[in-house]
Design a protein around this ligand. Structure first.
Ligand code: CDP
Length: 215
């Protein structure tokens, strides 16, 4: 795109089911950039630990699995399961695991033409110098409804109340952990998608990035 300095790095953070993944994919398409769903990295480490019977509280053992992670295997459908999300939140609290995944994320973003990364600590820790930062959020009830519909479409038996309780627990754990908690970077623009459909949310996200590029 004319006038865009490369690499163009876009950091998108936010809580579970806020719409950040959909927005990140749409921005990546719009700007012709690769996209990294960093939550999938933590989910993949969690699944590997569950399968290997590794204790989810053992930093060095889980970090060894993180170092062996193959990015090409981070789109396994099993990663979307609820128990994997819970386990991901547990292993994501381990400093050794976050450390093991730091370089792979920074390398992904550094190569021209840049990248869109979404997660919890992209604007704060992974890419503090990102050209554009968004913090995508929505009311917990709205997020629970979205995640419930997603799980139901995949045939997972659950209730909306259960999903809401799960989301609240994970939000609390993610935002209160000492290492790289979920937080809005001071220079991240807040985008509340509670009352927006996908098209409108994506339009607003593009406007936010355009304003940053022009600045
Ligand atoms: O899709 P959803 O928002 O439910 O979850 P996700 O983005 O796939 O992330 C799963 C878990 O990984 C989160 O609850 C976080 O604990 C952790 N995570 C993290 O700590 N840092 C990131 N950059 C991305 C995910």
């Amino acid at each position: 795109m004319a006038g865009v300095r490369h690499p163009l790095t876009i950091a998108i953070d936010g809580p579970a089911a806020s719409g950040k993944g959909t927005i990140a994919r749409a921005l990546a398409r719009h700007y012709g950039l690769p996209h990294l769903d960093t939550g999938a990295l933590y989910r993949a480490v969690a699944l590997a630990a569950l399968e290997a019977g590794v204790d989810l509280t053992q930093g060095p053992a889980v970090a060894a699995l993180a170092r062996a992670l193959d990015l090409d295997h981070c789109d396994d459908a099993r990663l979307r399961a609820d128990r994997v999300a819970r386990a991901a939140s547990a292993v994501a609290a381990l400093p050794e695991v976050r450390n093991a995944l730091l370089d792979v994320q920074r390398r992904f973003a550094a190569a021209p033409p840049g990248a869109v990364l979404d997660g919890r600590d992209i604007g704060t820790v992974i890419l503090p110098q990102a050209r554009a930062k968004l913090f995508v959020t929505a009311r917990p009830e709205v997020r629970a409804r979205r995640r419930f519909l997603e799980l139901a479409a995949r045939g997972t038996p659950t209730s909306e109340a259960e999903v809401l309780a799960d989301i609240r627990r994970r939000d609390l754990a993610d935002s209160t952990r000492p290492t790289a908690p979920l937080a809005r970077a001071p220079d991240a623009v807040l985008l509340d998608t509670s009352d927006l459909d996908i098209d409108e949310a994506v339009r607003r996200a593009i406007d936010i990035v355009e304003a940053r590029i022009a600045a």
